[in-house]
Structures are given as structure tokens and as C-alpha cells.
Design a protein around this ligand. Structure first.
Ligand code: ADP
Ligand code: MG
Ligand code: MG
Length: 636
């Protein structure tokens, strides 16, 4: 989860005093890196996925499932392979926020041939296999967005206790022992975010109201004034950062292409969030949301009361309308400029310094906006740096702006180019689904660049879509703002299918329509060609080996089915499972036994031991392979 600096964390009081120092040097470091790297070009497409996993421990005797806090122990072994064979290792492993989580990525990024799509799923399987070999009896690695009973009594193995009055988290529900202890960054963030905010973080998720649902949901509101009686109240960073997600990073050929990709993928973030929805249960209750996004957003919301607009500004400079974990606030490409319809906050001096150093308005605004946030994690060894060479202060702020998209400059002294990261997706339980989503998004980037498509809509509409994307059953029921007229003057004729009918010219259409995920993915006659038809027409012109072709077709079919509602989202599947469980009392409570049965079922589906057409459809056996055949390594 971002920059992992070794060393000694400073106290909050010390960190606070150095906020200006980090800001000042972070901006200078960005200016220096920009000057050094702005002309960098000729980088090829490289890309990779990141998957976060939860270790679950099943207690078959008592029919309980708990999270196992052995992440650190397992990571230590997993990382040895990387230390011994850094160039040939097949999987890379990193710590994550919670003691029950680990993050895995492919050993090397994938490259620009279609044949790489055929190794993605295989690598995901290998990751599960590598970690699974280190697990004990009854432990199981799951790519699960949220553990349904996180924060309930007795949810960890070994047992831990929440300590509301002492320690770092001070939560009513989430124990310090469930935070990853192998690196000081995580607990340091917990403490500093709470201290900066001046009170506990507070997330109130509307409860799903079933016929026997009790309101108030529990007695949280009698203990904490921030807790709303008709909501599931969460009070710790772990409820958000303890969720898992699926992320993708792409390398662009130069900075301009990275800016274009950053912008063009932005309107797809809420759509993919709704599409991948996988987390309807929190702290043992069915809620009225399907996604983790706002939970994480609230769980790291370090804004003070002044910054949240609850008190007049005195100590702080701005009222800020979003948490540091949220959707992006401004586009970066020239094409995007006119869709930046919400004022972007920044310090005038930071902006001016960036502009005075030759950085254009859009990029200067973006960087200055990131720097409205104070550092919430600083290490004593890293205070004084060489601004010509180091970028830690820039990375400090960059990596704690957790947004839907991230614009990543090349790291110092590396061969890596300008990259963008796509961050909204919830992780799915099977490798098949995760691989399908990864390949779909990578193909979209190729279609966007090759056909020079334009998906931009006003940023305020993207924000509105983000809110709607998280609602219960959004993938099927919500409508989203989406651009209809997506071809540009330079798009080739095969992309120019806006209105399907031959009489209708794209420019006659209204620019933005209100569409379902199905309309967007599969197309809406007369309005929008559909992302899958666009990808199919792009693939028609490409040479691809038979196995890869077969795999890609299965992924695309699956994406079509999920978008059309023919198969359920993970969130819908979980809801249905809970509501149909014989022990469910129609009171929104996900009991130990329901949790156990749900996770056992998801585990069997993920293992392939149980077929689940309602979640996956019928054909889920792809021709995925471990390696790209030598003959197929040409770029596309
Ligand atoms: P984060 O800061 O999000 O943890 P990392 O820098 O660790 O990101 O990169 C993670 C992802 O980027 C992985 O999926 C990895 O395969 C991929 N990746 C690594 N090198 C490149 C590259 N040169 N271009 C694009 N993606 C890359
Ligand atoms: Mg990562
Ligand atoms: Mg990442």
C-alpha cells in the first residue's frame, strides 16, 4: 500500500511540525524529476496486476471462520525467493495493512503482446499455490474484498481484543493485533490519521432493512456520538484498509500518453466499481451498499472538523470536500481540461512554484492539489534528503493520496517509464474472474489509444457516478452518466459506430447519456456501441494464437454476462446466499454459521471444487498457460 520506508517513525507531534518541510521539498523533488524525465519517450506497454488476499482459518468443529493473523510469518518465507532470485521470481509479495493480508503481483510486468493475456490467470493461480504451501491445516488464502464479520467478537486467530481506551487504534471493535505488525508504517498511519482528525474515523453504512431488522442496529450510538442508530458504525482504519482490492498499472510510451490514459480511464472507474461490487456485509451486518470504496474513504479520512466544514476555519487553510482516499478531482490531458468543472483546491505558492519551473497548468494543479494533504507518516531517517536525487517526500504525499487513478512518474534510477494505476476494482473470489477483469481493462486501454476514443465527461458527473456505483445492486439497477459520442476526428471508421444506424452522425447525438452498466459494456442500440463490441472489433484486426484467442473470448463472454445481469456480481451472490441461508432470521445479521457457510462455499468455488454458474456462467476453463511461447513475444 504505497511507500514502505524502513526506519523509525516520528511521533505525530514531530510529524506535524515537519508538514511544511515535506511539502516544500516534495514539490521541489517533483519539479526536479519532471525536468529530468519529461522528455522520456519510447517506453513500451508494460503492465501488471496487484491482488490482495486474506488468510482465513476455518474452525470446522465450531462452524466458525476467522481471519488468521499469520501474514507476516508467511511473507517472510515468500520474500526469500525474491531475495534469492530477483530476476526470475514468478510472484512478488508485499505486506498490506492488516495482519491477515498479503499482496501478490506477477514477478515481472507483462508486455505488449496479446499472448500475455494467456498467462495472467495462470500466474494468479501460482500465487495462490505459493502462499497456500505455507499455510497450516484449515488455513486458506482467499481473494475476498471484505471479511464479512470483521470487527465482530472473536474474529481473529489467534484471539485478540479491541482496546477502546488504549493502544493505537482505540476502536470499539478492531484490535491493534489485527494490524500488520511487521512494519511500523501501518500502525503509525492509524495513529496519525486519528490524531490529525482529532477524533476516531467514523463510517456509518446504512443497514439493509429486512423485515426483522432491529433499529438501532446495536448500542454503538450510546457510546459514540458519531454513530448513527440506523447504520452499521465502523470506527477504525482497519475496516477500510483491511479490505482487499484488485489494481492495475500500465506503462505509457511517454508522459502525454500517461496523461491521456489517466483521463480516459477516469470515467470507467465508477463503472468498474459497480461491475466488480463484492462487499455487501460489514461487521456482521448486511448493509445497503455493495462496495468497499466509501468504507476505505472514511477509514483514512484525516480531515479536521474545520476541513470538513463543521467549524469555521482557524487552524486549517481549506474546507476540503473529499477524504484523501476518493475519486480524482481533475483531468490531466489537454482534452480533459474543459471537463474539470469542479474548482480544484491548492496552495497558491505551490502552484506558482510548479508553474515557474515550466510545468503546465493542468499538471501543476494536479500536483499542488495532492499537496493540500499533510504528511501522516514520516521516518526520522528520511527527513533530510537530496532533492536532486531523492523523491521520498513527493512519494510520501503521492502514496497517501489514495485515489481512483494514480499518475505515477518514473522512480529515480530505474528503467521504468511514466505509468498510471487503475484502482477502483473490488477483488473477485476466483482467478478466472480477476483475470477476465484485468484483461478487459488492459484491452480497453489498447482500444482507447488505437482508436483514439474519448470517454471524458465532466468530473462532477464522475463523482455522482461514484456515489451511485456503490449502492445495492448498482451493476444491474443504477444508471450512470456516460459519454455517447466517443469517437474523435482521428478515430478510424471501425470505431465510429456511435449510433449503429447509418443515418445518424455522432455529432447529432447528445454528448452524455444516462446508461446502465449493461448499456455501457454491451452497447445500446442507437446510443452507444458498447465496450465489448469495440474490443471485439479491435481484436478482429489482430493476429493471435488459438489458445490466447480462446481464453480472451471466455473472459469477454463472462464480462458480457455479468454486465447484462445473466450472472450475479459477487455482492449479489453474497446477499442471496445470506438471505437464503436457513439460519438467517431476516434481521440483516450475518451470524457465525452463515459466515462460515458462505466462506466455505466461496472457497469451494474459488478452488474449482464447486461449479457456480450463477456467479461465473458455464464455461470457465480457459487455456491459460504458465509462459508466453517464445514465438509469440512480438509487441502489439
Ligand atoms: P504500488 O505502488 O501500487 O504498490 P508498484 O510500483 O509496486 O505499485 O507496482 C505494482 C504493479 O506494477 C504490479 O502489477 C507490477 O507488475 C506492475 N509493474 C511493474 N513494473 C512496471 C512497469 N514498468 N510498467 C507497468 N507496470 C509495472
Ligand atoms: Mg501495491
Ligand atoms: Mg497499487
Amino acid at each position: 500500500m504505497g511507500l514502505l520506508t524502513e526506519g523509525t517513525p516520528l511521533t505525530w507531534e514531530e510529524t506535524k511540525k515537519l508538514a511544511e518541510h515535506v511539502r516544500e521539498h516534495g514539490i521541489i523533488q517533483f519539479i526536479n524529476l519532471y525536468k529530468r524525465l519529461k522528455e522520456r519517450k519510447g517506453d513500451v506497454l508494460k503492465w501488471g496486476d496487484e491482488i490482495e488476499y486474506i488468510i482465513i482459518k476455518f474452525d470446522d468443529e465450531n462452524k466458525k471462520a476467522r481471519v488468521s493473523l499469520r501474514g507476516e510469518e508467511i511473507l517472510n518465507v515468500l520474500n526469500q525467493e525474491e531475495q534469492n532470485h530477483p530476476d526470475t521470481v514468478k510472484c512478488l509479495w508485499r505486506p498490506e495493512f492488516a495482519a491477515y493480508m498479503i499482496e501478490g503481483t506477477p514477478g515481472q510486468p507483462y508486455g505488449g503482446t496479446l499472448a500475455h493475456f494467456n498467462v495472467v490467470e495462470s500466474n494468479m493461480k501460482l500465487r495462490k499455490q505459493e502462499a497456500t504451501e505455507l499455510l497450516k491445516d484449515k488455513e486458506y488464502l482467499m481473494s475476498l474484498t471484505s471479511f464479512p464479520r470483521l470487527g465482530c467478537p472473536d474474529f481473529t486467530d489467534p484471539p485478540t481484543k479491541a482496546t477502546p481506551n488504549e493502544g493505537g487504534t482505540k476502536s470499539l471493535f478492531f484490535p491493534d493485533g489485527a494490524v500488520f505488525g511487521g512494519h511500523p508504517r501501518f500502525m503509525n498511519l492509524v495513529r496519525n490519521i486519528r490524531k490529525r482528525r482529532g477524533e476516531h474515523v467514523a463510517i456509518n453504512l446504512p443497514i439493509f432493512r429486512d423485515k426483522n431488522t432491529k433499529i438501532p442496529v446495536d448500542d454503538s450510538h450510546t457510546i459514540r456520538k458519531a454513530a448513527l442508530p440506523d447504520c452499521v458504525y465502523l470506527d477504525a482504519m482497519g475496516f477500510g484498509m483491511g479490505c482487499c482490492c484488485l489494481q492495475l498499472t500500465f506503462q505509457a510510451c511517454n508522459i502525454d500518453e500517461a496523461r491521456t490514459l489517466y483521463d480516459q480511464l477516469t470515467p470507467l472507474c465508477p463503472i468498474m466499481l459497480a461491475f466488480t461490487a463484492a462487499s455487501p456485509v460489514h461487521r456482521g451486518f448486511l448493509t445497503d451498499v455493495d462496495c468497499r470504496w466509501n468504507v476505505i474513504s472514511g477509514s483514512v479520512d484525516c480531515r479536521t472538523e474545520e476541513e470538513r466544514g463543521l467549524k469555521p476555519l482557524k487552524e486549517n487553510k481549506f474546507v476540503i470536500n473529499k477524504s484523501r482516499y476518493d475519486s480524482i478531482d481533475s483531468y490531466l490531458s489537454t482534452q480533459g481540461a474543459k471537463y474539470n468543472d469542479i474548482a480544484v483546491l491548492y496552495n497558491e505558492e505551490d502552484y506558482k512554484k510548479l508553474r515557474d519551473n515550466g510545468i503546465d497548468h493542468l499538471l501543476a494543479q494536479h500536483v499542488a492539489h495532492l499537496f493540500i494533504r499533510d504528511t501522516v507518516s514520516l521516518f526520522s531517517e528520511k527527513i533530510y534528503q537530496n532533492d536532486e536525487e531523492d523523491t521520498d517526500h513527493f512519494e510520501n504525499i503521492q502514496s497517501t493520496n489514495w485515489q481512483t487513478m494514480r499518475f505515477k512518474p518514473p522512480p529515480p534510477h530505474s528503467t521504468i517509464g511514466w505509468r498510471v494505476e487503475f484502482r477502483p476494482c473490488e477483488v473477485q473470489v476466483t482467478d478466472f474472474e480477476n483475470a477476465a477483469i484485468v484483461c478487459f481493462v488492459v484491452l480497453l486501454t489498447r482500444v482507447i489509444l488505437s482508436y483514439q476514443l474519448n470517454f471524458l465527461i465532466p468530473i462532477s458527473k464522475v463523482d455522482e457516478n461514484m456515489r451511485n456505483a456503490q449502492k445495492r445492486n448498482a451493476c444491474k439497477e443504477q444508471k450512470f452518466w456516460f459519454r455517447k459520442d466517443i469517437t474523435t476526428d482521428v478515430s478510424p471508421p471501425e470505431a465510429n459506430r456511435c449510433c449503429a444506424g447509418s443515418n445518424c452522425q455522432p455529432k447529432e447525438c447528445d454528448m452524455v447519456g444516462f446508461m446502465t452498466v449493461n448499456d455501457i459494456v454491451n452497447g445500446k442500440h442507437g446510443d452507444f456501441p458498447g465496450l465489448i463490441p469495440l474490443i471485439s472489433s479491435y481484436l478482429n484486426g489482430m493476429d493471435v494464437d488459438a489458445d490466447t484467442h480462446c481464453t480472451i473470448q471466455q473472459y469477454l463472454k463472462f464480462i458480457q454476462k455479468r454486465a447484462s445481469g445473466e450472472v450475479l456480481t459477487t455482492a449479489a451472490f453474497i446477499r442471496k446466499f445470506v438471505m437464503e441461508h436457513p439460519n438467517y432470521n431476516h434481521d440483516s445479521v450475518v451470524s457465525e454459521i452463515i459466515n462460515y457457510d458462505l466462506l466455505t462455499t466461496l472457497k469451494d468455488i474459488s478452488d474449482g471444487n464447486k461449479s457456480c454458474p450463477e456467479l461465473l456462467g458455464y464455461s470457465v476453463t480457459t487455456k491459460t498457460k504458465e509462459n508466453v511461447p517464445q514465438a509469440l513475444k512480438n509487441d502489439f
